[in-house]
Design a protein around this ligand. Structure first.
Ligand code: GAL
Length: 899
């Protein structure tokens, strides 16, 4: 391979996107046919799976992972045909897989062009086949609470014709799948092309050898989603976007650019780009590369003239080879990317243009941002020189009642509410997200820890990723980083969460070192990490990472008195010990709290201390499957927010925390596995704020005047009984009044984060809190005993949406008394009806124990609230009217325009 110019260069960050001359990226999400079956439908299996004996998924999340794959490879499986898809991501060519002869599946009807699929379901992608189905409610259900009690299991096929006109002949044709759950295998025109087992990674298949440029082209995709394969709801189906990409034979490779920034000052920054170019043609090619940089506005559109041009480069790439080139340029007065709200989110775009004989043959675009990040063991995180405390949350990939099917607006809404909370960072627990999520975090100024695995060789569930880890870890890690490495919002790569290898000393650490090395090999600019709930400072495991990520260990696990009877991991607060052992490494809590609650639900008596595990009678109610929202109760290994805050404030070197979790997620309904969704969110599954929202907001946005009273004050049957009142405020003291009578003024002590009046005797009326800061009145909150429910009020988060069949509006349903007060314990059943240009996609109420299907147009209010998700029909402009009715209540309605 000859290189005419080689520029050795330096470093920034971002995402690749690709349009332009000679390259097309075509959305093929519409118009698929879908068919699913549950039992042993065909023999086209990826590999044989071990039999599952222990189906019980009710176990503490911090149970030690011990399952091992004893190798079940069968020569009846298609694995050897799928593994070559990984070759692009396996560095050592000697380890590349060779595809065996033959074309498995060619006789199976579903892969054939002439198979009649007209009676299959017609669907558009992204698609989650399970989310709108009834929940399994029986004991020992085939899919238990962990995986969300929805029918995610089984084999499904997706078929679609793709349009490849004759004029495309000579081009390369690729299929890009952003995510398919799981074990995807793809046929084109009856030929097995390849596939990708891990459902969370994006992948590309080269369709070119199988394309019929003279006529019909039929795609057939088989997915196979095992039961007992996840600790949470994985979703099911092709649940992210799918694209057809057409390029010339010489083109910028898949995820082929990496942009880095160095020497960043107000005056300039050195930008280095490395570009991988594929020459899939049969001759050597002399390629000229031009690259310009533009500024992007907040909608990611080019704004103004180009700001820099890299020196022109030429390179000769041999036939059927790849080449990498590097190039450097200085940008004057760079506008930096930073975190919201302290900093701006400036973004740039690099456009590569490739020429052969002066003819433009490829255009490739990469978004990036320029930022300087330091990870300091004493000061924490410094972004562009400014100390930024990590006020983060963990987020799962599902979008509540919409399931795993990616929807941009739903993801944006989640982030908007987290922003309102004061959250500035997200840990993607425990898998790579849809690519569009990272465009949102870039634009909205969230910091991201991007994470790939929940287990390695040692499995947590009988059929989880550990079965394929040995074959796929390298490809999955490299693919994960290559796709996302240009996003400025990503600050670190996490290669594991609470893995079983923490327990095995050197052998476990050896696996970690191997994975960390792969991460570094793909991206040396960002630190590596893996979250630890068991590994201790003196063990070999924490040595393997750049950032020390602690799950629960920083604040101590099962160490408080209320937890002393519990079995399992028990540690004192380990921040000091880790800090001492790793004086040069930044420490962050990658999971804290795992506090649990059901919005608007309160049980008595209330725990007198500040953190306790949920149990029957102490925060929990087994019959109702609800957890008290006094926000003192936790999973067996968790700690209340109050305890976490105190430990963080006692150890100022800690860079901050990622709360477990921001939003409730589907599945993992600790502690009630007969429920459908989690209790750990600060925000419930429907997007309604739990009381805890105000506890975090008071801490994370201290400048915002807030005071929040709990519980609600509708306790008819408690008149004369002790009913504690707690207050969250960003002020430093507050006075509480009941029916105008002062119950005293209280001031927060050091390491105290709530004010509590634990001996209030209930009488109906008005509770009022007046908060003070520095002696001055700061904020007021009133809670009233309401009248009975009399009417329904509807309000949409957006009254105008796009008529593109994707955009959605979230309608909040409130049950009100005659004075217009929200009735906080109303649970009226509501019927929804829609007319006009829209449809109801789903309904919810945020109640983890509500087992009515999300597709239902009837929903009971929970804590006085319910949610309806509305969508405009594609291409239908006009108005849609949603009406909500209930027995004995005045109905409510709302009008939304689609345009
Ligand atoms: C942690 C785990 C998370 C989640 C959480 C529940 O141990 O890393 O994935 O299971 O517990 O509280």
């Amino acid at each position: 391979m000859r290189k005419k110019f080689v520029f050795v260069l330096i470093l920034i960050c971002s995402v690749s996107f690709a349009f332009g001359q000679n390259r097309e990226k075509i959305d093929i999400n519409e118009g698929w046919r879908f068919f699913r079956y549950e039992n042993n439908p065909d023999s086209l299996i990826y590999d044989e799976r071990p039999a599952v004996f222990d189906k019980n998924d009710v176990k503490d999340a911090d149970t030690r992972a011990t399952l091992q794959n004893h190798g079940n490879a069968s020569n009846k499986s298609l694995k050897m045909y799928i593994l070559p898809t990984a070759n692009e991501f396996i560095k050592d060519k000697n380890k590349h897989y060779e595809r065996p002869d033959g074309n498995p599946g060619k006789d199976f009807p579903f892969v054939k062009n002439d198979f009649n699929d007209s009676d299959w379901q017609y669907i558009d992608l992204p698609h989650d086949w399970a989310i709108d189905k009834p929940f399994y409610t029986e004991e020992n259900a085939i899919v238990g609470g962990g995986m969300g009690r929805l029918p995610v299991q089984g084999v499904a096929w997706y078929r679609r014709k793709i349009d490849i006109p004759k004029s495309d002949s000579g081009k390369e044709i690729y299929l890009d799948i952003d995510g398919a759950m799981s074990y995807a295998m793809v046929w084109l025109n009856g030929n097995l092309v390849g596939g990708w087992p891990y459902g969370y990674n994006s992948f590309r298949l080269n369709l070119t050898p199988f394309v019929n440029f003279e006529g019909d082209n039929q795609l057939a995709i088989r997915l196979d989603n095992p039961t007992n394969s996840s600790r949470w709801y994985p979703g099911a189906g092709i649940y992210r976007n799918v694209w057809l990409v057409k390029t010339s034979p010489v083109h910028v490779a898949h995820w082929g650019t990496f942009i880095k920034a160095e020497n960043i000052s107000e005056k300039s920054a050195t930008i280095t780009i490395s570009i991988d170019i594929d020459n899939n043609s049969t001759k050597n090619q002399d390629v000229e590369i031009l690259t310009d940089i533009y500024r992007l506005d907040n909608d990611l559109k080019i704004s103004g003239n180009k700001v820099a041009t890299f020196p022109k480069q030429n390179i000769v790439i041999e036939a059927r080879e790849k080449s990498k080139i590097r190039n450097t340029v200085n940008i004057k007065n760079p506008l930096l990317w930073g975190v919201y709200p302290q900093q701006e989110q400036n973004m740039y775009l690099a456009i590569n243009r490739l020429f052969i004989n002066n003819k433009l043959i490829d255009t490739y675009e990469t978004r990036f941002g320029i930022r300087d990040i330091k990870f300091d063991a004493e000061k924490g995180l410094l972004i562009n020189g400014e100390k930024i405390r990590i006020q983060g949350v963990n987020q799962h990939h599902d979008l509540g009642a919409l399931g795993a099917a990616f929807n941009l607006r739903a993801a944006e809404r989640q982030l908007e509410m987290l922003r309102e909370l004061g959250c500035n960072a997200i840990r993607l627990a425990h898998n790579p997200p849809a690519p569009e999520l990272l465009e949102l975090t870039d634009r909205m100024g969230f910091l991201v820890i991007d994470e790939i695995f929940d287990c390695w060789e040692k499995g947590k569930n009988p059929l989880d990723f550990h079965l394929i880890f040995p074959d796929w870890y390298e490809a999955d890690i490299r693919a994960f980083i290559r796709r996302d490495k240009n996003h400025p919002s990503i600050i670190a790569w996490s290669f594991g969460n609470e893995v079983g290898e923490q327990y095995t000393d050197e052998p476990g650490a050896a696996v970690a070192w191997k994975l960390a090395a792969l991460v570094k090999d793909e991206d040396s600019t960002r630190p590596t990490t893996a979250s630890m709930n068991f590994a201790k400072p003196d063990m070999p495991f924490p040595q393997t990472m750049d950032i020390i990520s602690l799950n629960y260990q920083g604040e101590g696990i099962r160490d408080a008195a209320a937890y002393s009877h519990l079995k399992g991991i028990r540690t004192p607060p380990l921040y000091p010990a880790f800090h001492q052992k790793f004086p040069d490494k930044m420490i962050v809590s990658s999971e804290t709290a795992s506090a649990l609650s059901s919005r608007g639900t309160y049980f008595f008596p209330v725990f007198a201390g500040n953190s306790a595990p949920v149990s029957e009678g102490s925060g929990g109610n087994d019959a109702l499957r609800q957890v008290s929202a006094y926000e003192l109760y936790t999973s067996p290994f968790g700690s209340s927010a109050d305890k976490v805050f105190a430990m963080q404030d006692n150890h100022p070197f800690v860079a901050g925390e990622f709360v477990w979790t921001g939003w409730d997620h589907l599945g993992e309904p600790t502690p009630y596995y007969s429920s459908r969704s989690s209790y750990c969110g600060i925000i419930d599954l429907a997007g309604f704020k739990k009381d805890r929202f105000y506890l975090y907001q008071s801490r994370w946005r201290p400048e915002l005047p807030t005071v929040h009273i709990l519980p609600h004050w509708n306790w008819e049957s408690r008149t004369g009984q002790i009913t504690p009142v707690h207050i969250f405020t960003s002020g430093d003291e507050a006075e509480l009044f009941l029916n105008g009578k002062s119950l005293g003024k209280k001031k927060k002590d050091k390491f105290e984060y709530r004010l509590r009046w634990d001996s209030v005797v209930y009488e109906p009326g008005i509770l009022k809190a007046v908060a003070y800061k520095d002696g001055k009145q700061w904020a007021i909150h009133e809670v009233k005993t309401t009248g009975i429910p009399v009417k329904i009020a509807l309000s949409a988060d957006r009254n105008v949406i796009d008529a593109d069949g994707k955009d959605i509006s979230f309608v909040t349903v409130r049950i009100l008394d005659s004075d217009g007060n929200l009735v906080p314990n109303a649970d009226n059943k509501i019927w929804f009806e829609i007319s006009g240009t829209g449809e109801i996609v789903a309904t919810d109420n945020g109640n983890p124990a509500d087992m009515i299907s999300f597709a239902s147009k009837e929903r009971s209010a929970f804590g006085g609230l319910a949610l309806v998700i509305m969508r405009g029909k594609k291409g239908k402009k006009g108005e849609m009217k949603l009406t909500a009715r209930s027995e004995r209540l005045d109905s409510g309605s709302v009008i939304i325009s689609s345009r």
